[in-house]
Design a protein around this ligand. Sequence first.
Ligand SMILES: Cc1cc2nc3c(=O)[nH]c(=O)nc-3n(C[C@H](O)[C@H](O)[C@H](O)COP(=O)(O)OP(=O)(O)OC[C@H]3O[C@@H](n4cnc5c(N)ncnc54)[C@H](O)[C@@H]3O)c2cc1C
Length: 536
Amino acid sequence: MTGRYDAVVIGAGINGLVAAAELAGAGWTVALVDERDRIGGFIDSGQLTRPGFTHDTFSSWHPLFVGGGGYAALGADLHRHGLEYRNTDGAVTASASERGTVVAYRDPAATAEALAHPADRDAYAAMLTQLDAWAPHVFRTLSSELSGRDIARLAAGAWRGLRSAGLRELTRVSLQSGRGYTRERFTGWEADQLWIPWLLHAGLSPDHASGGLMLPVMAYTMHGLGLPVVAGGAAEFTAAFGRLLAERGVDVLLGAPAEAITVSGGRAVSVRVGGKLLHAGRAVLASASTTDLYRELLPADAVPAAGRAAAARYRPGRAAMQVHVALDAPLRWSDSRLDSVPLIHIGTGSDSTGIACAQAEAGLLPAEPTVVVGQQCVLDPGRAPAGKATLWIQLQEVPYAPAGDAAGQIDTSNGWSDEVAAAYVQRVLSRVEAFAPGLNSMVLAVAALPPTALRAANRNAVAGDPYGGATELDQSLRLRPGTGSGHATGIGGLFHIGAFTHPGPGLGGGSGHIVAQRLISASRSRKSRSGSVVPV
Ligand SMILES: Cc1cc2nc3c(=O)[nH]c(=O)nc-3n(C[C@H](O)[C@H](O)[C@H](O)COP(=O)(O)OP(=O)(O)OC[C@H]3O[C@@H](n4cnc5c(N)ncnc54)[C@H](O)[C@@H]3O)c2cc1C
């Protein structure tokens, strides 16, 4: 370790990993720093319940990574270093409730066939056809820095591609809630029950604006890319990244926090880690929370007014909880089609998810939560011993500091105590058992990560929020709580990346990729003008 680098990257989550690998691939010397003793942030797996059962501790599903710029740049090398995906060609996701079961297949036509009303089958096809036209504009927006020039270029492209009426409709739907979207377009309950719970994975609730666009984008993505999981568990992904970083000469410094970013002459020049200074000759990239970046890492007198405002107005989103279950045998669902579906939601769509979100927002444990049931063994049977299985259960409607229980059964006066977590897990398992008889008798072991445990595992899960800040429109796109000016911070050479910045949460690695590519192309054009390497 030299202590002198072209770039110092703080935080080894997906965005830090992508940025470090891309910068090093362009010949930069890079240090990647994380206070944990491993890389990956919210990507990890382990035998969390019993020996032989491999659980993805946090994130699991990689469509965003496979569809993103980071994968386009690094995927071939990651595969060379051992990354393998397991995916589905058939059933991809489903939803079950007292109203019935709806299954989505990779094939949109097979999915539409299950909708009872003939008009809904046409509406489903029309939804995806419309997304075909919108997709280039939507995905370009999500992969762009959104500078003033970018916005002008994107708007001109959208105008050329969609003309006035198309652009107006895209804008209208972007402002619509998911509930509004399904009510407007579908007669039956199926499309709403199937796709509304997916909005939770974008940090939204059924009544948030922008759900109208996110819902068809989710459906389009699932039909197009499926739900890839990492063969052998998510830790194999970070292992492949580790080998790639080593090959590219990145110094990975683990186990000590970045304590401060030194600013001199308006530029970020070094990062203090464990009392030692790492000099950053060209750039510092910080995958820190907005509040940590502007209130802890930077000296107060160096923070521009925009940074202070960003920290002041930042608000976290709803908290989440993760539950891992080792099963004596694979679940047998009442509707046997669900046996082979990788990811199932339990709930009625806008109705039950809307109520559960409202209860969580009010500080209550939901009486009837939307349960996300991941069956990774369907795609990757080696995750459990022969004849057994794992469940990955996600709950995205929980309060960080519970003030009560909407069902009036669990005493929450001691917060997320082990007893409260166990009682809530039991409610959740019983809810799943209603559709998968015998579940409770098949449970061998459970490991629960309430929101407080997520926060303890990763300081960026502020208030147990898994998504780096509320994702409502006022904290999205260019308004994502960085500085409101993209990834630049107003301090020379310092860039904010990670879920707190555009394009937001998920495993896309988008902000790491955008900033790395921007730095690489800026330094190339400056180098070609001046003949030498200069800071950006
Ligand atoms: C339980 C759960 C399940 C999820 N499931 C999925 C899924 O299946 N698919 C999907 O696409 N998304 C999923 N997500 C969302 C996704 O995992 C996150 O949005 C994404 O991983 C965030 O990446 P990031 O680059 O912002 O960094 P993070 O993963 O948040 O990592 C940030 C890293 O920075 C480090 N750090 C922060 N500050 C400092 C400092 N000062 N010094 C040193 N180190 C520091 C932290 O230790 C951490 O390791 C899930 C999230 C959670 C919590």
